[in-house]
Write a protein that binds this ligand. Structure first.
Ligand code: NAP
Length: 242
């Protein structure tokens, strides 16, 4: 059975990607941190559309939880193969560098960057054995451009972009592609404190994007036809400078 694991699938962009992957025929593993109610809604929407999957709760910022929950799932489900991994879970915790607490730096780096390493390495082995895989990392315009007030988040996302390009070179000959999606402003819980009316003035298409528009790009990179696209960062930002 072909599976897609989407981290942070309970809400926002991750939920839209889960639904899209299910529509492409994947059995979807919906990871989330704590919001079981919202994760259930994602799974329900998948099932209502005729798809299938299951919840897989673990904190991507905690390597022991990753090893325990994801490691055990892989061992217990040898007939299921994770063909698509979307490293989507992320947080921001903004502050000017001068006032940034160590905890803000550590949490954002652990959740957005370290998670890439600890989740991906568990999934990579079976992709290498099967000589097929699609790894998609959700980064950000902040990781390309750098954004004031987000030294932690910009550093983490830029780190994932570097890792994307490096891993793409390591596993290209084994049929595995590794790409990144770099959203600009997308309407989710993460951006609900931002003023869309004010910010849309600087976005060429004059609006925030929708999670489904990011999911569309994820499905494109996840398809078997995208075999010759790897090590790339695809911006989804309505034409905002990247
Ligand atoms: P969101 O609406 O805040 O949803 C975040 C998701 O990540 C939730 O499913 C949450 O699970 C999960 N999550 C957070 N921390 C986690 C952890 N430690 N372990 C496991 N799951 C965790 O965020 P979003 O806007 O959809 O963002 C998704 C990705 O896109 C992030 O990587 C973000 O940096 C990136 N991005 C977003 C925007 C934007 O404008 N929205 C722009 C650029 C990049 P719970 O429900 O359990 O909390």
């Amino acid at each position: 059975m072909k599976c897609a694991l989407i981290t942070g699938g309970s809400r926002g962009i991750g939920r839209a990607i889960c639904i899209k992957m299910a529509a492409q025929g994947y059995y979807v593993l919906v990871n989330y941190k704590s919001n079981t109610e919202e994760a259930d809604k994602t799974l329900l929407q998948i099932q209502q559309n005729g798809g299938n999957g299951e919840l897989l709760q673990f904190d991507v910022a905690d390597k022991d939880q990753i090893n325990q929950a994801l490691g055990s799932w892989i061992e217990a489900n040898l007939e299921k193969h994770i063909e698509v991994l979307v490293n989507n879970a992320g947080i921001r915790d903004d502050s000017l560098m001068a006032w940034m607490a160590e905890e803000q730096w550590d949490n954002v780096l652990k959740t957005n960057l370290d998670s890439f390493f600890y989740v991906t390495r568990l999934v990579l082995n079976s992709m290498l054995t099967r000589k097929y895989g699609r790894i998609i990392n959700v980064v950000s315009l902040s990781g390309l451009k750098g954004l004031a007030g987000q030294t932690n988040y910009s550093a983490a996302k830029a780190g994932v972009i570097g890792a994307t390009k490096a891993l793409a070179q390591e596993v290209g000959r084994q049929g595995i592609t590794v790409n990144a999606l770099a959203p600009g402003f997308i309407k989710t819980d993460m951006t609900q404190d931002l003023d869309e009316k004010e910010l849309k003035a600087i976005i060429p298409v004059k609006r925030f994007g929708l999670p489904e528009e990011v999911a569309h790009a994820a499905a494109f990179l996840a398809s078997s036809e995208s075999a010759y696209i790897t090590g790339q960062v695809l911006s989804i930002n309505g034409g905002l400078y990247s």
